[in-house]
Design a protein around this ligand. Sequence first.
Ligand code: 7RM
Length: 631
Amino acid sequence: MYDITNFNEYQAEYKKSVENPELFWAEKAAQFSWKEKWNEVLKWNFSEPKVEWFIGGKLNITENCLDRHLKNNPNKTAIIWEPNNPNEQSQTISYKELHERVCRFANVLKKNGAKKGDRICIYMPMVPELAVAVLACARIGAIHSVVFGGFSFHSLADRINDADCNMVITADGAYRGAKEILLKAVVDEAVIHCNTVNRVIVLHRTGCEINMQPNRDVWWHEEEKNVNSNCDAEIMDSEDILFILYTSGSTGKPKGVVHTCGGYMVYTAYTFKNVFQYKADDIYWCTADVGWITGHSYLIYGPLLNGATTVMFEGIPTFPDAGRFWKVIDKHNVSIFYTAPTAIRSLEACGLNYVAPYKLSSLRILGTVGEPINEEAWHWYNKNIGKEKCPIVDTWWQTETGGIMISPLAGITKTKPSYATLPLPGVQPVLLDESGNEITGNNAEGRLCIKFPWPSIIRTTFKNHDRCRETYFSVFKNYYFTGDGCKRDGNGYYRITGRVDDVIKVSGHLLGTAEIENAINQHKNIVESAVVGFPHDIKGWGIYAYVITENKPENTEELKKEIVATVTKYMGAIAKPDKIQIVSGLPKTRSGKIMRRILRKIAENEIGNLGDTSTLLDPTVVDEIIKNRIN
Ligand code: 7RM
């Protein structure tokens, strides 16, 4: 049950967490089951960086997610699974069953050679077995690296190779709306480029035809026949790695964000129950895919750590029609609903006819995550979904933070549309100016940094600690730098204004512009490209690509289609450019650096105010680009 029940308590908890963070978090951590207690709460410095929580503590997160609930509540539903196709049966899985399935599959992993510390890539549809696979890895101490099923072979291969995964868990195919996706075929293509993978475990989902490579590929259901469901949890150190999750950065190569067992457990559980004011009879639904951090922290770990009932949905918001979310809420009596602003905007655009048939009377609390929610969408959500009775929590956080950092506590913190409001206990945000000075006082704007560690802070980027330091800890000395711009209003409320680096949030998915450029450059007729974001009514940001061709294309529309197909095949449909402009040159400085600022302004159609272009190698390319810009 939640700790904070009113605003005074929030303030008291916050004060305590700042004055004595170690005592504060030790009290929270004591609520879990540990195999051995920690001997020191926290050691840290942001210069290496090195952050350790609950030092010397031994635990297994799955005992806290599963075994711990079996004594009092074995038959409580852990997962309600709603399939893509509304005519297929939904499933309910009790804590007892989930425990059994996790232990059984953990034995399958062991039988196939997996052991503590191994990296296992999970590339699966949103089916219960995905949660089982994640937890089974954690059970045996293998490090899971979940890759979103919408990524294509190259992105998958990159992630498998970076982590040196020796195993991939996948399915034959996936259902996504009206489409069927051939997951195993993507794995086959990826693994050609990965020489560490010696085992692929394949779940039977769609029954599509696949190729099983002898000595490498095995069926999930066949393997399960040969094992029992007793599996002791591996004893893990607090600071052993729980998982790696790749996130896009300013360079073309994604970063393997590392989270560890103890701190991640304590923080996701604490934030889940307090932000959503979770009660034992809630039915909680987070619509995020497990391939993203939100799915890790608030679909699987946070809810299960609290013994909650968590809904997992295989499909998409618009299939079979734009009323699907609302239908599922009524069907399963969802009381807490957590989704992304981009989903809200796209459903809003479909009109209220899709909302009208549903009562939505089970709803108690609403949440959003992933990007700023514009006021318009906030009001629509509040009025038409929450019926003006459900507090909305606008939760700001990142893959790197592991859990929610700035957010209202549902029904406790007074909300303000488009504001994530106040930091959670344990979180110390600051705004810095360009030279790295703290801007004190309210009515301020700057770069959002955090000046003290919280338990689920990123520990490193896998196999590349320098990159972790350079990206997050050396831009501003002794601060964790979020990469976000931020405003603080007169009441000290925070409003995140967006990224200040070369990553863009497209439909809530973080994508590096350099990654998209790499994909575009795979097309044989493209010599160079530059990608920037432009504001998009539904996606938040759209992708605008400027491309230089080697030979003048015979048919430009055809070329654009080919570029889109190339990006889809190589990286995934989420990275498809919305606008492609063929240019003869790009605005570059004398040292050859692309002036993205100018390209961004043109993409935003803000051509009156391009700033100084005199330092460009060839200022005339700008005129050409402006003239042919795509609106
Ligand atoms: C959880 C997640 C992180 C980036 C972050 C922000 C943006 C996330 C909000 C938000 C405004 C929010 N992890 N962001 N939540 N911006 N208000 N409530 O999204 O690693 O994929 O992205 O997302 O820019 O830095 S993430």
